[in-house]
Design a protein around this ligand. Structure first.
Ligand code: GRF
Length: 193
């Protein structure tokens, strides 16, 4: 990659479905001088996403799309992204699987954060799986998005030790803390390549 920064910041949209703690860390990061991104849009499939509140706080336009009709939702999103000259999409707890067609339209410009050390534990319930398998470590991964779920090229990972008394909840908390630092690092990494 791949992201040409030039002198201007990369116009970015963050896609969320829930709490939006990664969105919050990206918003904070985007305000730093060293940040190559400016967040211009928050997209959600869920009108109840808590993370949408950050749109209010940071005065960023929010768009909610109904994914029951995914094809038309994606068409509308693509139009909005184009209108706002978005060059990078960061998926941050976005619980819908984007279509191949959508991904092709943004080839090499969509990132995702996943709470496991990929390629281990794609999909859901990663913390349960790591604990059940008595893994010594789990962690998080930022990767490019391709048409296969959680399978695109890995940008950066952070390992987190699993303690004997960890539960899926305690592990999720430790990993989420690392996610908040890892996503900005991944963006810095790809923008300097
Ligand atoms: C994070 O663990 C992320 O890795 C996963 O969903 C969770 C979203 O958390 N894809 P938040 O909405 O950013 O707080």
């Amino acid at each position: 990659m791949v992201l040409s920064t030039g002198s201007k910041k990369i116009k970015t949209a963050v896609f969320i479905s829930g709490t939006g703690s990664n969105l919050k860390s990206l918003l904070k990061f985007s305000k730093l001088k060293k940040s190559p991104i400016s967040i211009e849009m928050i997209v959600s499939n869920n009108p109840k996403s808590k993370g949408l509140n950050f749109g209010k706080i940071y005065k960023i336009r929010k768009k909610i799309f109904n994914f029951k009709k995914q094809a038309s939702a994606e068409k509308e999103i693509l139009l909005k992204l184009e209108k706002n000259k978005i060059n990078l999409i960061c998926l941050a707890g976005f619980m819908k699987i984007l279509s191949k067609n959508f991904i092709l339209n943004f080839k090499g410009q969509i990132l995702n954060i996943h709470p496991s050390l990929l390629p281990k534990y794609k999909g859901l319930n990663t913390h349960e799986k790591a604990i059940r398998n008595k893994d010594e470590y789990s962690g998080c991964t930022v990767h490019f998005v391709n048409s296969k779920v959680d399978s695109g090229k890995i940008i950066i990972q952070k390992k987190v030790k699993i303690k004997k008394d960890d539960t899926p909840k305690s592990l999720a908390k430790k990993i989420l803390y690392q996610e908040h630092k890892l996503y900005p690092k991944a963006i810095l990494k790809i923008s300097s390549l």
